[in-house]
Structures are given as structure tokens and as C-alpha cells.
Ligand binder design. Sequence first.
Ligand SMILES: [Zn+2]
Length: 235
Amino acid sequence: MLKTIKQWLNAAADVVMPRICPVCGKALDSDEKWLCRKCLSALPRTRYEDVDFNTMEQHFAGKVPIERASAYFYYEKGSPYASILHDIKYHNLPGMGRWLMARAVRDMQGSHFFDGIDVVTAVPLHRSKLARRGYNQSEYLARGIAEALSIPYIEALKAIRPHSTQTRKGALERWQNIQDNYALNKNADQLAGKHILLVDDVITTGSTLIVCATALKAIPNVKVSVFTLSSARLE
Ligand SMILES: [Zn+2]
């Protein structure tokens, strides 16, 4: 029995235009929000937050001092779960990312990963890309966490150059190139002494997050932690 008019309307809308689980392709039930129950329960969690000096934190070691790092689930090219990332980024479904991040906060409560975080910020998108895509998916993710933790979201960083794919460049050249891509916004001064959580959609090489964390560390007495929705299998 459907209890409310809203539930009835949702169910009716699902008949007219079925919503699909991006992972398995099954039509969603009216009480399933973005993913079906089965795919959600089988989410390939990294559980990095349960391990001291985990593989993600090792990625930052010797490059930029951070407090903690974790990611919600594993991302592998071609895995059915990779379509979540794709939908969030390109298919105008950033709301799914926001919802997943609120879930991540709930799921990870026992780990104390988010304890002591004062403010959330996102890896920024250059305005030319922002104009094309219409939104920054990482901002949606960061806002999802900020809402779930009831703390502010602040746009502390800006992308000063568009991020190129740089596939033909060598590692060093790529690194030098990306270092000039990000800078602090003027409002970053107010973050002195705070513990900032830097958020992005995915960590692969980590170079963007390292550059952004380095920029944030220029603020006096800040602590920086990093959280991404997903993570490649880091070595
Ligand atoms: Zn599914």
C-alpha cells in the first residue's frame, strides 16, 4: 500500500518514464532513489578510512602534508560502477553524487573520518569547462558532505587555466603544467587555523589533489584532509 500522495505520484512517474539504475540497468522502484538496493549494497567500498596510513594517504606522503585521505568506492574503467562517475560528470546528474556523499558520511560514521573537519571545499573547474558542462560535479559532491555534516561549503580554490588532457607530455612536464592550474580565492583567508576537507570525484594519479592541497596549505595553520567519491586501484 502506498502511503502518501507523493509516493503515489512518484510511482506513477516511474511507470510513465522509468528511472534506471545506472549500475545494472534495472528499472528503479519508487522507493529507490538513484541506485537499486542490490547495487547499493554491493558498492565496492574502499574502506581506506579503517586503515592507518592507507594506500591513498601514501600517495600524498612526501608531496604535501595531509591529515587523512579516503574514498567511498573503487572505480575501475569498464566496471558497471564506473557509470556512476560518468553520469555525475557528463549526464547532468550531479544530484546523484550529492546523495551518494551524504550516504558516505552516514556509512563512515563509525570510522570518525569526518571528525574535526570545519569546512568543505572542492577541486574547482575552469570557467570555460563550467560554461560547457553547466556545473562542477565536485562542488555538488562537496556540498553533499557539507550538508550531511552541517558545516559550511566554501569555494577556496579557483582553476586559473583549463586542464588539458596532456597525454603526449612526459610526467615531469605534465606535473609542472598542472602546478600552475590552481590558486587560492581571496576568501581563503578566513580559513586560517581550520581543518579543510578537499573533495573531488575520483583519484587516479592524485596529481590534481596534490596541487590543490598544496595551494590550501599556503593558508596559515590549516589542516587538510582529502575525500573522493571514488578511487582507482592505487599502487
Ligand atoms: Zn542496480
